[in-house]
Ligand binder design. Structure first.
Ligand SMILES: CC(C)(COP(=O)(O)OP(=O)(O)OC[C@H]1O[C@@H](n2cnc3c(N)ncnc32)[C@H](O)[C@@H]1OP(=O)(O)O)[C@@H](O)C(=O)NCCC(=O)NCCS
Length: 222
């Protein structure tokens, strides 16, 4: 059984935290490609391209080659888009973790430590929309070889305890459509689905990028 402990973030954890986050998120790149490939408009474009080329070339080689190239290009572009998203997160609150999660701002960041290294993390900050008494849970991630040990559950409970002690009303968070394990984790922790919407950007609409907001109401809960 692996021994781990949850402790507050320290500046020397900086590189490890960014690496755990980036690695955890980059795992979703293949799932994102599959998700986009399953969209009806993508299947229609691929199907029409295949049929048109087959009809004009009267050979299977050209359409098969063209579809293979299209798929490779799409995979590359989606990979770039996903990397850009990860970089944006690294340049946001994970750029200066100490400042973004400063106690003076009512925020906090924790890491899970095992085998003398950082293997997981989570943070909470006051909501950007200024909703009073609400904290946003962010950057939950656990190294792949330390998953299934209850580390994320322990990190989530630590964050909820913190919010409770601060007298907060609720803890909220966002998940993307690909994060099935995370959604199961939050539901198991007692979060309720609050809102579900398609990301209101061109990319969000094209990729049918669905965001599910979860909420844990602390009022009336022990
Ligand atoms: C989501 C994540 C943090 C879970 O970490 P973990 O330490 O393995 O989670 P735990 O061991 O505490 O498991 C808690 C619950 O999560 C759910 N869960 C975890 N892994 C799962 C999996 N592979 N499949 C289905 N459910 C899973 C289960 O409900 C589990 O409870 P159970 O073991 O009683 O069934 C981890 O998979 C991860 O880091 N993923 C990549 C980053 C990410 O998606 N972060 C979420 C951002 S919103």
């Amino acid at each position: 059984m692996v021994e781990y402990r949850i402790r507050p973030y320290r500046e020397e954890d900086y590189e490890a935290v960014r690496e755990v986050f980036a690695t955890g998120m980059s795992e979703y790149a293949p799932a994102l490609c599959l998700h986009v490939l399953r969209q009806p408009w993508v299947l229609l474009v691929l199907g029409c391209t295949f049929c048109l080329l087959l009809a004009s070339a009267r050979s299977l080689l050209l359409p098969v080659l063209a579809i293979t190239l299209l798929l490779a290009l799409a995979r590359h572009l989606l990979g770039c888009a996903w990397s850009t998203y990860i970089d944006r997160c690294l340049g946001d609150d994970l750029r200066d973790i100490g400042a973004a999660y400063a106690e003076s701002a009512g925020a906090r960041f924790w890491v899970a430590e095992a085998d003398e290294r950082v293997v997981g993390m989570v943070g909470v900050r006051p909501a950007d929309n200024g909703a009073e008494g609400e904290l946003v849970l962010k950057r939950m991630s656990v190294r792949k070889d330390y998953r299934g040990l209850g580390i994320a559950t322990a990190l989530g409970r630590t964050a909820l305890d913190f919010a409770r002690q601060r007298g907060c009303r609720a803890v909220v968070l966002n998940t993307q459509m690909l994060q099935h394990e995370a959604r199961a984790l939050y539901e198991r922790l007692g979060f309720r689905r609050h809102r579900c919407y398609v990301l209101p950007t061109a990319y969000g609409r094209l990729a049918n990028c669905t965001i599910t907001t979860y909420r844990y109401d602390l009022a009336g809960r022990a």
